[in-house]
Ligand binder design. Structure first.
Ligand code: XIL
Length: 334
């Protein structure tokens, strides 16, 4: 009999899942209640969706997810206060369409962070305060985003301070992807160290975990977890999925050679990869305080559209029919 993912892992860490409003209704809602004890809103708490105009917030979808979490006794991770993607256009420009000054942008970020953090104070226990501020380019430190262009690196420290002011008890995270890449990992380590040295209130680092059947290796995964726990902070895996495709971060087009079929060979590779990943996670249970999957089942994954449009992926533990895949049984068998 299937006890549900969260029960098998009850002595290890909370099991989380990224959800959209549709997922908390119907069949997926049942799957979520049985298997997960933590949730992250996939999109609806990002600044664009939740704060479409300077004087207008759209709380409806975010409230529904917060209510579902409360009603079912689940933890809720907030995602994400400051991110260069899915941010509203108004954030960077004044009423004449001119780019705002650093002071104005920081004041807007402060107001946004204060409103959103305050509203969900009673239910959210951890926030991704800043998401993906480090560059993928080995020759560049910070990502050259609008935020960075207007504020320089200062927006990062200020964002953590504003969040702390709004809620003294919530855990504050820096979250990023491709942290298995040693060059990017070291930049993140250095930035977080700098924040700690400057007395900025940061509690944790989020390892997104958008991986594949080809990476990371066991050695790289261990090195990544060790490096961040060496900061003396909380470490969480915030957006886990194991794609069947090689990661090609610059490719945006579907090629005729792309094959959407989940072959037996790929199924086997995925089982081995998930088996290794969860073995390492379990061995690090004192260091990892949460593991969250990015989406519920292969019925829908953001990877069906990213980085390549209309290419079906099969990155999760539950299948297109919302039933446990063979890989699920490997992950819960230890
Ligand atoms: C993704 C969502 O899953 C998609 O629905 C959306 O179109 C784009 O964003 N890193 C993050 C997440 O921190 O917020 C992203 O979520 C996936 C990559």
């Amino acid at each position: 009999e299937d006890k549900g993912l969260k029960t098998y892992y009850q002595d290890y860490f909370p099991m989380g899942v990224a959800v959209s409003p549709y997922a908390i209704k119907g069949e997926q809602a049942e799957l979520i209640k049985k298997n997960f004890n933590s949730m992250t809103p996939e999109n609806v708490m990002k600044s664009g969706p939740i704060h479409p105009k300077e004087n207008e917030y759209n709380w409806k979808d975010a409230d529904a997810i917060a209510e579902f979490a409360k009603a079912n006794g689940m933890r809720l991770r907030g995602h994400a206060l400051v991110w260069h993607n899915q941010a509203p256009d108004w954030l960077y420009v004044d009423e004449n369409g001119e780019e705002v000054s650093k002071e104005v942008l920081l004041a807007r970020l402060k107001s946004h962070i204060t409103e959103v953090v305050t509203r969900y104070k009673d239910v959210i226990y951890a926030w991704d305060v800043v998401n993906e501020a480090i560059s993928d380019d080995p020759d560049e430190f910070y990502r050259d985003s609008k935020l960075y262009q207007i504020c320089g690196e200062e927006f990062i420290a200020r964002a953590f301070e504003y969040a702390r002011e709004a809620d003294p008890d919530v855990q504050l995270f820096y979250n990023d992807y491709e942290v298995i890449n040693p060059v990017k990992r070291e930049k993140i380590y250095k930035m977080v160290r700098g924040l700690q040295d400057a007395g900025v209130p940061i509690d944790g680092v989020g390892i997104q975990g958008h991986w594949s059947v080809f990476e990371p290796s066991e050695e790289t995964l261990r090195a990544t977890i060790d490096r961040f726990t060496g900061l003396g902070l909380e470490v969480q895996v915030t957006e886990l999925d194991v794609s069947i495709y090689k990661k090609e971060h610059t490719r945006r087009e579907k090629l005729p050679t792309d094959d959407d079929t989940f072959t037996d060979e790929l199924k086997k590779k995925q089982i081995e990869q998930y088996d290794m990943i969860f073995k390492v996670f379990r061995e690090n249970k004192e260091k990892l305080s949460s593991v969250t999957f990015w989406n519920v089942s292969d019925q829908y994954s953001w990877l069906d559209h990213f980085p390549v449009p209309d290419r079906k992926d099969y990155p999760l533990l539950f299948g297109e029919d919302n039933q446990p895949k063979e890989v699920y049984w490997t992950v819960v068998d230890f």
